[in-house]
Design a protein around this ligand. Structure first.
Ligand SMILES: *Cc1c(COP(=O)(O)O)cnc(C)c1O
Length: 440
């Protein structure tokens, strides 16, 4: 096909905006944080995506995390195609759902039972309902900068003090719906202690992203996680690890396995998964002990359901993905590549005298135009926005596709080669040099 017969990204974006609000089905895809025209993706293979104009990009978004094996991994593709031939959806139980549940339970010791759902939002929302149902309490604690999906009770920002609960961050969420949600600063032990001192007997759960990937990449400090665990135990609240992003992404045992190494015996109460467990198909899950899971319908009083839950094609995709990532050495190899990438970015910044820092775990990474790693949301947002935007566009122009907002994490897949990383780092050197030429 000749280039001039192709529809351009700009043409598609204009057309999309006529029939879809903002031209996108999820807001961050619209490039509003960085400006410019979103790329309309035509196809993807391995570590690469091609847009409507035929331009190739090295993909560091990986569908926002799920594509840990890269796009179109042969074993996963085979599993999906043969599952599709057997039927798209039955609305009845299947053996494959049981296999996937068993696989998740085998990899995550804190989980005795799981329920499969279709999105991370649904899993997070259901986990909170379960926590409230199991404890008979209403109040929930979340942290500023953590994202747990777009359920009403979670679209909330901090009130003016501990006595005041949250305010909605979205129109359409009545203030009464967030009146039980308390929003605290990430990594702030004094605040969580004060919150439990004030409301301990009413708190159903504390929900956290253990490595927050929705404010770029910020780790929950070990003493912070340890203190939350103690406070939850002391006050009878449940500790929810939202591992929709970190689950099977930062380690085979997910982020909780890393905290268990640092805090002997550590487990969260409820875990929430998504992204990687679906391998790119709509699939998510939440799980905990049998005792708590048995509060769910049809056994217990907490209602939860889904027409497409445990979908046979999605479970085939998830199972085939889990089988690949469970192979020996998978995460070690992934971490080596991810570290090489962020070390390369760091060297490019250092060579040009640009304040910059990075962190990574397994196949997930973050970087900041700031001299020290942020510990919470205000610190993330204080990093250099314009530099991030120029870096993003500089790399995009050179065929490297990073997340289009400074508050998003990045992802490396098993399909990325050393040559892909080297090409990315060399592009980063060019962009950092151009940045240095601009001056501070
Ligand atoms: C992506 C994400 C969600 C929401 O999942 P969806 O499938 O987009 O609904 C929830 N929590 C975390 C930590 C996420 O990264």
């Amino acid at each position: 096909m000749s280039t001039d017969s192709r529809t351009t990204n700009a043409q598609l974006f204009e057309r999309a905006q006529r029939s879809i609000p903002g031209g996108v089905n999820s807001p961050v895809r619209a490039f509003r944080a960085v400006g410019g025209t979103p790329r309309f993706i035509a196809r993807a293979e391995g570590a690469y995506m091609w847009d409507a104009e035929g331009t190739r990009y090295i993909d560091y978004i990986g569908s926002w995390g799920p594509m840990i094996l890269g796009h179109g991994h042969p074993a996963v593709l085979d599993a999906v195609l043969s599952a599709a031939r057997e039927g798209f959806s039955f609305g009845a139980p299947t053996e494959r759902e049981v296999e996937l549940a068993e696989a998740i339970i085998a990899l995550v010791p804190s989980i005795e039972q799981v329920r499969l759902v279709s999105s991370g939002t649904e899993a997070g929302m259901s986990a909170i309902r379960l926590a409230r149902g199991a404890t008979g309490r209403s109040k929930i604690i979340k942290f500023e900068g953590c994202y747990h999906g777009h359920a009403d009770a979670l679209l909330v920002k901090a009130g003016s003090g501990l006595a005041t609960f949250g305010h909605p961050t979205s129109a359409g969420v009545p203030p009464e719906v967030v009146q039980h949600t308390l929003v605290l600063e990430y990594n702030n032990i004094a605040q969580i202690e004060a919150a439990f001192a004030a409301h301990g007997a009413e708190i159903a759960c504390v929900m956290i992203e253990p490595i927050a990937g929705n404010m770029n990449f910020v780790r929950a400090a070990v003493p912070f996680v340890k203190r939350i665990r103690e406070l939850c135990d002391q006050h009878g609240a449940l500790f929810i690890f939202d591992e929709v992003m970190t689950g099977f992404r930062v380690a085979l045992g997910s982020a909780q396995s890393l905290y268990a190494q640092a805090i002997p015996g550590f487990t969260p109460d409820i875990s929430v998964f998504g992204k990687v467990i679906g391998g790119g198909m709509p699939l998510a899950a939440f799980g905990t002990t049998r005792r708590i899971m048995e509060k769910l319908a049809p056994l217990g009083p907490v209602y939860q359901a889904g027409t497409l839950s445990g979908n046979p094609v999605a479970t085939a995709c998830g199972l085939a993905t889990l089988k690949e990532i469970a192979k020996p050495g998978f995460y070690e190899a992934l971490a080596v590549k991810t570290k090489a990438l962020v070390a390369g970015f760091q060297a490019a910044a250092d060579a040009n005298g640009i304040p910059f820092c990075t962190d990574s775990q397994g196949g997930m990474f973050g970087f900041f135009f700031a001299s020290e790693l942020p510990q919470n949301y205000p610190q993330v947002m204080a990093s250099h926005q314009q530099r991030f935007n120029r870096f993003f566009h500089g790399l995009l122009d050179r065929g490297v596709y990073l997340a289009p907002a400074l508050y998003e994490a990045g992802f490396v897949s098993a399909a990325h080669t050393e040559a892909d990383i080297a090409a990315t780092v060399s592009a980063a050197h060019e962009v950092m040099a151009a940045e240095a030429a601009l001056g501070a």
